[in-house]
Design a protein around this ligand. Structure first.
Ligand code: GSH
Length: 196
């Protein structure tokens, strides 16, 4: 298993998960224009990171990579069996993270200087989605049955933007959830290895 990554990118979430799993992996750091070269475009058609390389070939999209890594390491106990309700919830929160939360964060980042109204509208939408997470957490520590899972890596990495953008007022469970995730040793180690 090899991870192609660049510092300060979504690669951090893949490092985090790999550290949670604890199996060995190799890395290749891509800096500057090397992502846009022909060599990397064979790994990812748009020249993005993260990408993993395994025996069968390359896989891109950080959410897909995370679900696949959880499948490859059932001993880590990060995903329910195929067809189980726990697995359906992992898919649910993974897609929720990348469709309901992450695009809003991108809009906030893009517009907050140049178009405050658009940023405010995106912030409202982000907070409505985060409220769903607040409600789902209830008194539990993690999203699915209160136990740490791959869904927490995917959604946790995305919802943490709420802290940077100061959107967590009135969302105490989400705020505590982000702190809980960010104090996990694998998170700390993963981010260090990712260079972020
Ligand atoms: N949806 C993709 C997004 C990947 C992505 O946009 N990666 C950025 C870094 S966070 C990238 O490689 N950008 C380089 C570029 O566009 O040149 C995922 O989650 O993996």
């Amino acid at each position: 298993m090899r991870l192609y990554y660049s510092p300060q990118t979504r690669s951090g979430r893949t490092f985090w998960l790999l550290e949670e799993i604890g199996a060995p992996y190799d890395t290749t750091k891509l800096e500057g224009d090397s992502r846009r070269g022909d060599e990397h475009r064979q790994r990812h058609p748009l020249g993005r990171v993260p990408v993993i390389e395994e025996e069968g070939g390359y896989v891109f999209e950080s959410g897909a990579i995370a679900l696949h890594l959880a499948d490859l390491h059932p001993e880590a106990g990060l995903i329910g069996p195929a067809g189980s309700h726990q697995r359906a919830l992992a898919y649910q929160w993974a897609f929720f993270a990348v469709t309901e939360l992450e695009p809003r964060s991108g809009q906030i980042r893009m517009n907050r200087e140049s178009n405050p109204e658009a940023a405010a509208a995106a912030s409202e939408q982000w907070r409505a989605a985060a409220q769903a997470v607040e409600d789902a957490l209830g008194d539990g520590e993690y999203l699915i049955d209160g136990s740490f899972s791959v869904a927490d890596v995917i959604l946790g990495a995305v919802i943490a933007a709420g802290k940077r953008f100061d959107l967590l007022e009135g969302l105490p469970r989400v705020a505590a959830y982000i702190d809980r995730l960010e104090s996990r040793p694998a998170y700390v180690q993963g981010m260090e290895k990712a260079g972020q």
